[in-house]
Design a protein around this ligand. Sequence first.
Ligand code: ZN
Length: 215
Amino acid sequence: MPAQDELRRRRLQQAVRQIVRLRELGPKTPRWGRAWKRLLWRYQGVLKEEKQMIRAQEFKTGRSFVGRLPEDGDITAALTSFCREKEIHTGWITAIGTVRWAVLGFFDQETQAYQRIPIEQEMEIVSCQGNVSLKGGDPFVHLHAILSDKEGKAYAGHLFESEVFVGEFWLQELQGPVLQRKEDPQTGLSLWEILESRLDPSAEPGLPGLSGKEF
Ligand code: ZN
């Protein structure tokens, strides 16, 4: 989509968002209601489009690393320091192995807080995967895992802590724009800041934030 069209579309979306916000704050007179309905009808196409809009940036595959997770180490901490050492800022990670214990997490969407799930027993890492991006300028590893016990029963969730018995990993570096995590007040999570979404209505096409190619 040409940059100008994209800019126009974004400005329209921002106008709609502003109207929604104003409506929530302002008095709901019948006249307001009718005006709102007209606007809604006029912009419903844009709203629909906004709901389905994927925000993404393009990356190229960089270096690929295959190795062993450190025995007695913590998966997340070990991979974080590996990324720091190899200067990996963005990438995708997958791992298998066994752990002595682990602490998984479940994010409660209502309270916007993590519930910690400690599992004090040895388990197989059936699947562990996640990514690396930057948070505060430092590599940040985000992992999820499915672990299984001696009966083959599975535990799964966000991976907080673990003690590795043995393990193997594959890390695929991705090269491209800076992928940074930022606190998101709406969800209470640290989410990726996709440059496209930061569009300033006063910005001119071609400035950083439009294509992400400047990095
Ligand atoms: Zn998670």
